[in-house]
Ligand binder design. Structure first.
Ligand code: UTP
Length: 481
């Protein structure tokens, strides 16, 4: 039998023959393209997801439904007294040992579509800093170079892309000489794709020779790390810890010794950073124990009364917000990303979306209502599989200001302002005169490269070491010394 007939038959047997309904009109190249896409689809998985997430319950696969017992998860708070300060010092020492031993790799998920930002190009290429407009990837690269300088040890950086942006990301790094990193230090691999289906579970076509596919979510990183050979490559280098972060947050500490240290000291397989929510409506998930199991409950899944509930101290009861910064043991990644058993893998969630697709006559329909379901995995679901999962607080102003939307909250404008506030705090702590408004925003744009300083402590140290410090003026940039 012609191999093309085999795959077409498999689709017909699974009730998905519509994928090939324009086969007679396709030339050899187009057929080849459609077949290779079709081969990447696990038809049993699609059928199961349709059964479980669409046809069956009205569920999106979220955890906090029905009458489960939901309580706030405990977290390690930022230090305010001597005792806790000692814990953080101890954690730092432990984390630094792991970094020095070469056990830690940085890992960025950058395969998303970036729809809300609407930027033409990979999100990591977005110019994010307030004066020089450095792209996000450059900010992370400079932070990693600063880490390398501090510990005298390069940190490997793995970046997950997707078919949507892989080539453009590779090109960006090549054009910028890997932003000063050794090219060997930076590895990129693509994440998996999932087909979009209609509400009857039928796989949709984006063109006569093209299935409507989209990235399988940031949780797809676990299986992509395994399938791409990244896990194997890391093992060979003696890496057993991943410092995971998203592509959209320029304030992230890419490799944070204290966080890694807590992870190790508590024998955790997965640890997550949290910022404290003050506004119940803020769109971040919260860490909670659902029937005793630590997990992230998405903001859309948290009942309004729970989201608004307050503790005796006046703070929100569910206030440890997930900012998508994690440390993962490589063994956990290998276990979850390599398993064939759906019960030992991250679950898929459904997202109802407007997906342009062909109708029976081959006409492209642009829907004005959600017409399709996409399937995505979320990396934070790995917490429910992890031994001793842990949540560690980090100050919001120090570490979280993502670029998600084109305007309004979490936009380039708010992120630039938050970077400026951070620089102003550093300048002022070093004794410099820098007027700020009541939100801490300075009255002049300035910029500090992570190669000059990547924390308040390192800023003070390097500023004081300057033989002839520059005069503070609008547009001043402190770069590599
Ligand atoms: P978001 O959920 O914010 O999505 O991703 P996005 O793609 O950046 O933007 P929208 O929702 O289309 O506007 C959070 C992080 O997870 C990565 C993104 O690149 C970002 O770093 N991600 C998301 C992936 O790597 N793959 C995915 O399939 C989804």
């Amino acid at each position: 039998m012609d191999p093309n007939d085999t795959i077409r038959q498999a689709f017909a047997d699974a009730g998905q023959e519509q994928v090939f309904r324009f086969w007679g009109e396709l030339n050899a190249d187009q057929r080849q393209r459609l077949v290779s896409q079709a081969k990447s689809i696990d038809l049993d998985e699609v059928a199961r997801l349709h059964r479980e997430l669409i046809a069956g319950a009205n569920s999106d696969g979220s955890a906090a439904t029905g009458d489960q017992l939901i309580e706030p998860a405990p977290w390690i708070a930022v230090p305010s007294g001597d005792d806790r300060f000692r814990d953080w010092q101890q954690a730092k020492v432990r984390g630094e040992e792991a970094i020095l031993a070469g056990r830690v790799a940085a890992f960025t998920v950058a395969g998303g579509q970036g729809t809300r930002l609407g930027f033409d190009g990979p999100k990591g290429a977005f110019p994010v800093t307030p004066v020089t407009g450095k792209p996000l990837f450059q900010v992370f690269a400079e932070k990693l170079r600063a880490t390398e300088r501090r510990y005298g040890h390069p940190v490997g950086w793995w970046i997950m892309t997707s078919d949507l942006n892989h080539e453009a990301t590779v090109k960006l790094f090549a054009e910028h000489y890997h932003f000063g990193l050794d090219p060997q230090q930076v590895r990129m691999f693509r994440q998996g794709l999932m087909p979009a289906v209609d509400h009857a579970g039928k796989i949709l076509l984006a063109a006569k020779d093209q299935i409507a596919m989209s990235p399988d979510g940031h949780g797809g990183s676990l299986r992509a790390l395994v399938r791409s050979g990244a896990v194997e490559a890391m093992r060979e280098r003696g890496i057993d810890l991943l410092s995971y972060f998203q592509v959209d947050n320029p304030l992230v500490r890419c490799v944070d010794p204290e966080f890694i240290g807590f992870h190790l000291l508590r024998g955790s397989e997965m640890s997550s950073k949290a910022v404290l929510k003050t506004d119940p409506a803020e769109k971040v998930g919260v860490f909670a124990q659902v029937d005793g199991v630590l997990q992230v409950v998405e903001y859309s899944d948290l009942r309004d009364d729970l989201a608004a509930a307050r503790d005796d101290d006046g703070g929100l009861r569910f206030r440890a917000g997930n900012i998508a910064i994690h440390v993962l043991n490589l063994d956990l990644v290998a276990r979850l990303g390599g398993s064939d058993d759906p019960a030992e893998r991250l679950p898929f969630h459904r997202a109802d979306k407007k997906v342009p697709c062909l109708d029976d006559s081959g006409r492209l329909v642009e829907p004005d209502q959600p017409n399709a379901v996409k399937f995505e995995m979320f990396v934070f679901d790995a917490l429910t599989f992890a031994r001793n999962p842990l949540v560690v607080e980090t100050p919001r102003e120090r570490e979280f200001s993502p670029v998600k939307n084109a305007t309004g909250s979490d936009s380039p404008e708010t992120s630039k302002a938050d970077q400026l506030r951070q620089f102003a705090r550093w300048f002022r702590a070093a004794g410099l005169e820098m007027p700020v408004d009541q939100t801490g925003l300075p009255d002049m744009p300035v910029e500090v490269s992570p190669l000059f300083a990547d924390s308040m402590e390192s800023f003070q140290q390097h500023w004081r070491a300057l033989v002839s410090p520059p005069v503070l003026q609008p547009g001043m940039v402190l770069d590599e010394q």
